[in-house]
Every structure is written in structure tokens, then in C-alpha cells.
Design a protein around this ligand. Structure first.
Ligand code: UDP
Length: 322
């Protein structure tokens, strides 16, 4: 069942200048909503939103949701009565980005999420939490179903991101139970497409840019680890469907087609017409060995499944760079 947001109402997108956040802002404006993006530009980029700056109904606020000042700025630019939804996409998200900012990552997933939930409550707005497949850690169940509790090393390097997102989910669930918060939780799996920062360090970005520069593709470990890659427009469509639904349990949104990292290198070299040469580098600690979403819940409850196949998505990403 769909419980749509009121037409033309205001949606606040924290992390709106990020990769997925900026695509989400664009989609919500196309759907007729007014959008207020808030971002501290620590890993986001105002350039991701420059094409929207002149669009009617779009406002950008530079601020860090960990600080009360960002919430005050939001209250200054938009009447709380007009806000129908608050979406939390604020966090460093690529492994090198969150490993460089461990404490900021923990702060935004705890204090930042809490501040934003309180703001949503003060607006009587729906809250959507951008969670992650990383809540499953290095999974012992495969593919990952939403009912799986995960396998996270609580003191490992990656825990700053994984546990921050798990804490955000716990905060949302507690507010759903005790304060009647109208909330949604999306668990986002590996996503790629235009506007990824060229130096974000993720595997698709690295390999596409290495291939374009005629350099060897870097594979960490032996390349037998797997990931499942979702094109950003598919990802955003799933997120919007969840936002407009009455599904209050977490939902995996990702592409279930699973590739080894070695297979990904083959696909990228093939799409770019490059000769495949590989440089093997050490595997980072706690790197998950497998990852593949079970998307039955999204199929059954949201009528969603991804449409863009990996080769087509990589082609579109490369075209956006040229
Ligand atoms: N990886 C790789 N080469 C790179 C970057 C990453 O082989 O240049 C590997 C990484 O170790 C992981 C997978 O590719 O096993 C996906 O990494 P990414 O950083 O994109 O995202 P993750 O799924 O780990 O959050």
C-alpha cells in the first residue's frame, strides 16, 4: 500500500550534495516536491547540485547535522509545517572516506541522526534513514535477507561506519516503538553511476578511472570476493518507492546480480575496450567476502526491482565523464 507524501510539500535531504543524495534531490524535484538539501560538504560536493541551483523549489543549506546550528538553519529557511519528510543521507560512505574520518563518521551516525530525528518529530514529518548492507558486516548468510542480524567486528576499522549505521537503525527503531515516529529504513547495497567522486576509492570508480587513464586495474586480495552493483537511478527509484510506502521494516535496495571483483575488472575493461592489466594489492582488514541482497521484500511490498544491467550502467557512467 502506498502512503504518498502530500504533493508539492517540502522534503529535507541531509547529505544532499553527496552521490546518492544529489540524484535523490533531482528525482524529488522532478516528482514535484520542494527540496531543501543540507550538507557540510566534507565528502559531498556542491558541484553535484549546481545544475539544480536555479530550479524552482530547490534550496541548499551548508551545515553539519551533528551541530544544532544546522537544525536552526533549516528552521530559518523552511516552515516546519511544510516539511513532509526528512531523509538522512549524511555520512562519509566510501571505505577510504570513512576510514579517514572515523570519529566524524561515528558522530554523524549517532548525534547527527538523533538531531535529525528530533527535527523530523518537530515537523511531524516522515523520517527515512539511509542504512547500508554494511549492517550485515562480513555476512555468514548469503544472500542477505533483512531478518539476518549480521556479522560485524565491533572494534574493527570498518566498525566506525558499520556500527554508526547500526546505531542509526537502533535509534530509528526505538523512536518508532516509543514515540510513534513514522520512519522508513533503506539498506543500500553497492551503488554506482555518474557523480561519484573520482577519488572516492570505491572499486567501480577506481577501475573506471584507471581504465580511462590506461593504467592497470587494482584488485585488493585475489579478486574472488563478490559484490552486487546497482545503478544509481534504480537505487533512487527503490528509495522513493519505500519513502512513499507504509513499509516500516528495513528494506534492502540493491541489484542482486553478483560479480567477483575479478569479473568486474573484466566487464569494465570490455566496456572501455581496454586491454586488461591488473595490479594485485593487499586486501583491507575485515573486507566482506561476499555481498548480495535478497530483494524479495522490495519486490513483494514495493513492486521494485532494478532494470539497468552492469554493462549498460558502466557505459552510462563512462559517457557522463566524457
Ligand atoms: N576493491 C578492489 N580494488 C579497488 C577498490 C576496492 O579490489 O581499487 C575491492 C574492495 O577490497 C572490496 C570491493 O572491491 O572487496 C568493493 O569495495 P568498495 O570500496 O567499492 O566497497 P565496499 O563494498 O567494500 O564497501
Amino acid at each position: 500500500m502506498m502512503t504518498s507524501l502530500p504533493e508539492g510539500s517540502v522534503v529535507v535531504v541531509a547529505g544532499g550534495a553527496g552521490f546518492i543524495g544529489s540524484h535523490l534531490c533531482e528525482r524529488l524535484l522532478t516528482d514535484g516536491y520542494q527540496v531543501v538539501a543540507v550538507d557540510d560538504l566534507s565528502t559531498g560536493d556542491s558541484g553535484n547540485l549546481s545544475h539544480l541551483s536555479a530550479t524552482d523549489g530547490f534550496t541548499f543549506v551548508e551545515g553539519d547535522i551533528v551541530l544544532p546550528s544546522a537544525i536552526e538553519q533549516l528552521t530559518d529557511v523552511v516552515d516546519p509545517h511544510d516539511v513532509s519528510a526528512v531523509l538522512n543521507f549524511a555520512s562519509p560512505a566510501s571505505p577510504p572516506a570513512y576510514l579517514q574520518r572515523p570519529l566524524d563518521t561515528l558522530a554523524v551516525g549517532s548525534t547527527g541522526t538523533w538531531n535529525l530525528i528530533n527535527y523530523a518529530v518537530s515537523c511531524s514529518a516522515r523520517f527515512l534513514m539511509a542504512s547500508t548492507s554494511e549492517v550485515y558486516g562480513d555476512p555468514l548468510e548469503h544472500p542477505q535477507v533483512e531478518t539476518y542480524w549480521g556479522n560485524v567486528n565491533p572494534i574493527g576499522e570498518r566498525s566506525v561506519y558499520d556500527e554508526a549505521k547500526r546505531f542509526s537503525e537502533a535509534l530509528v527503531a526505538a523512536h518508532q516503538r516509543s514515540a510513534g515516529l513514522d520512519a522508513r529504513i533503506v539498506r543500500i547495497f553497492n551503488t554506482y553511476g555518474p557523480r561519484m567522486q573520482p577519488d572516492d576509492g570505491r572499486v567501480v570508480t577506481n577501475m573506471v578511472h584507471q581504465s580511462l587513464a590506461g593504467k592497470p586495474l587494482t584488485i585488493y586480495g585475489d579478486g574472488s570476493q563478490t559484490r552486487s552493483f546497482c545503478y544509481v537511478t534504480d537505487e533512487v527509484d527503490g528509495i522513493v518507492r519505500l519513502l512513499q510506502s507504509d513499509v516500516v521494516r528495513p528494506v534492502n535496495i540493491g541489484n542482486p546480480n553478483e560479480f567477483t571483483i575479478r569479473e568486474l575488472a573484466d566487464v569494465i575493461a570490455e566496456v572501455l575496450g581496454a586491454d586488461l592489466s591488473i595490479e594485485y594489492l593487499p586486501l583491507p582488514s575485515d573486507d566482506p567476502k561476499v555481498r548480495q541482497p535478497d530483494i524479495s521484500r522490495a519486490r513483494d511490498l514495493l513492486g521494485w526491482e532494478p532494470k539497468v544491467q552492469l554493462r549498460d550502467g558502466i557505459r552510462q557512467m563512462v559517457e557522463s565523464l566524457q
